[in-house]
Ligand binder design. Structure first.
Ligand SMILES: Nc1ncnc2c1ncn2[C@@H]1O[C@H](COP(=O)(O)OP(=O)(O)O)[C@@H](O)[C@H]1O
Ligand SMILES: [Mg+2]
Length: 326
């Protein structure tokens, strides 16, 4: 028999629309039955859970729970649903960054305990740093580690497509945060954040940004809000106060470049003269994404030209090309 706590958790998570907790509790019940020797029942429970997961399209879930006048198409246009599967250990992270992400995960995992004590786990994050340093990837990792769906929202796209209506669309998104617990990523957020207070025809953008700030401040949903930006210095300071954490994503130093190369080239045969230190020194200044691209390119070369080796010279030449494309 399921323990009382598990039954309570099932009912609560159902009421809150928290699918991941619901399934996790159901799996715990199945595991407990297996431990008690009720293997047939445990197997049956696992099958039921798998079937339920398969059948439940999260996107449809959103539409079902939003106000009735909202068409499915409208929501699909606003929110891009992603199901990432990257894990934290796949990222090469400097210690403070790793600590910050782990803290978010740990607090989210103790969600109930914190709420029982009238506290909120950290859930409003501003990710700051140059392109290709893992901001979008972190949102994907957090979603995957927490078993939550990820919705990506591009505010500039929202404004250009819904001129005059963008504020009501934005409100719709913040309403959805109450209906479905997920990670809502406002990616490339600077496209709108920078325009605040500048120039002439920024009325709509300004209003959208103000609404965005207000909604973030007001938000008391169980969802996570992540905003990512490449250009922190041009952002209005008013933005920073609204977030629980501002997390910095610097370019990788030599040590991290080396780690990434080692990881990404581990399956390839290296030429006789191949020194990870040397290729890493030549790659300083490149982003994680660019290093990743170089590794992808040499892997592709091997397939296309039927070779199975990678040379130090090739990596250095690809790195130099990326640093000095002209
Ligand atoms: N810290 C990291 N560790 C490992 N790979 C990374 C890291 N940061 C970026 N990458 C690689 O670069 C790609 C692009 O990174 P992304 O997160 O989109 O950058 P950003 O959003 O900061 O511009 C990722 O899909 C991944 O392959
Ligand atoms: Mg990005």
């Amino acid at each position: 028999m399921a323990a009382a706590d598990q039954i309570k958790s099932l009912i609560k998570s159902f009421g809150e629309g928290d699918d991941s907790r619901f399934y996790a509790t159901a799996m715990q019940i199945a595991a407990a039955e297996a431990r008690s020797g009720h293997t047939a029942l445990a197997d049956e429970l696992k099958k039921i859970i798998d079937k339920a997961k398969e059948g439940k399209s999260i996107a449809l879930g959103v539409v079902k729970t939003l106000p009735l006048n909202t068409s499915q198409k409208e929501l699909k246009d606003l929110l891009e649903l992603v199901h990432p599967d990257e894990k934290l250990k796949q990222m090469v992270l400097i210690p403070p960054l790793e600590k910050a992400l782990k803290r978010v995960l740990d607090e989210q995992k103790k969600f109930e305990l914190l709420r029982q004590n009238n506290l909120f786990p950290r859930k409003k994050l501003l990710l700051v740093g140059p392109p290709g340093c893992g901001k979008t990837m972190s949102a994907r990792v957090l979603a995957s580690e927490l078993g939550l769906p990820l919705f990506v929202i591009r505010l500039d796209g929202l404004i250009s497509r819904y001129m005059g209506e963008s504020i009501s669309k934005l409100r719709l998104i913040f309403d959805a945060m109450h209906q479905i617990r997920a990670i809502y990523l406002f990616d490339e957020f600077d496209s709108i954040g920078t325009t605040r207070g500048q120039g002439n025809d920024v009325g709509e953008i300004k209003r959208v940004l103000n609404t965005f700030l207000l909604q973030i401040e007001k938000d008391d949903s169980n969802s996570l809000i992540i905003a990512a930006t490449n250009l922190p210095e041009t952002l209005d300071k008013a933005l920073f106060r609204r977030f629980d954490d501002i997390i910095q994503y610097p370019l990788p130093d030599k040590e991290d470049i080396l780690k990434l190369y080692r990881r990404e080239l581990q399956h390839l045969k290296k030429s006789k003269k191949f020194d990870f230190e040397t290729i890493s020194s030549h790659s300083l200044g490149l982003s994680y994404a660019e290093i990743h691209k170089i590794c992808e390119d040499v892997t592709k070369d091997n397939l296309v030209y039927g070779t199975n080796e990678v040379s130090e010279e090739k990596i250095i030449s690809y790195a130099t090309q990326r640093k000095e494309p002209f």
